[in-house]
Design a protein around this ligand. Sequence first.
Ligand code: ATP
Length: 235
Amino acid sequence: MLKVDGINVYYGNIQALKEVSLEINEGEIVTLIGANGAGKSTLLKTISGLLKPKRGKVNFKGDEIAGKAAQSIVKMGISHVPEGRRVFSNMTVEENLELGAFLRKDKEGIKEDFNKVYDLFPRLLERKKQQAGTLSGGEQQMLAMGRALMARPRLLLLDEPSMGLAPLLVKTIFRVITEINETGTTILLVEQNAHMALSIANRAYVIETGRVVLSGTAAELNESEQVKMAYLGGH
Ligand code: ATP
């Protein structure tokens, strides 16, 4: 479904991604593991069109998308939930969700997706008239994910959805990610919480200082000494 092939991405003179390649098959949950600053967010931003690679290709369902406008990439079926949530604070929950669907014209489909999002996150339904800026961190994460789903993506990019959340909420968010995947959305998940990420993923890539250094099935990486030492607290 998605094929990233040898991309180099720079911020000015600083190279953040070096010859990065990865593949995601339809229906998978693929996770990207790596320390702070490894380049995970940069990779997601490149896929969603916020950054342009200097070299390399990004192919989505047969189309070359590297360098296309972010809006066209959303239209093609990729939604990005950025790190730190970024909801529109002065708008209500409902208005934020509406914005997620702004490129769509299928009124019926949009209505269906409102219901789907409220089924996944009943908390958002209870708070649909509330200003997004007054939601808790966990609720804002739910809203950011809900807003991305309103574009009816085929591929959902999630950047650190569990960051800063209490353990119980982390569990909820991971359960919902699995549910979203089961209803047919492919997922690329960036996580610091490697343990949780590997527990729901099919496959994983480990990225260190801008390079992919290891990849395999989630089960393989769970057993890898390198991963255990560096990302699973040595367990
Ligand atoms: P984190 O989990 O801390 O977000 P990450 O793996 O997502 O880490 P990136 O945010 O992709 O890492 O950053 C990769 C490298 O690029 C880092 O060295 C970072 O300092 C640098 N970088 C990121 N954004 C910019 C920017 N806007 N300008 C310059 N350098 C940047």
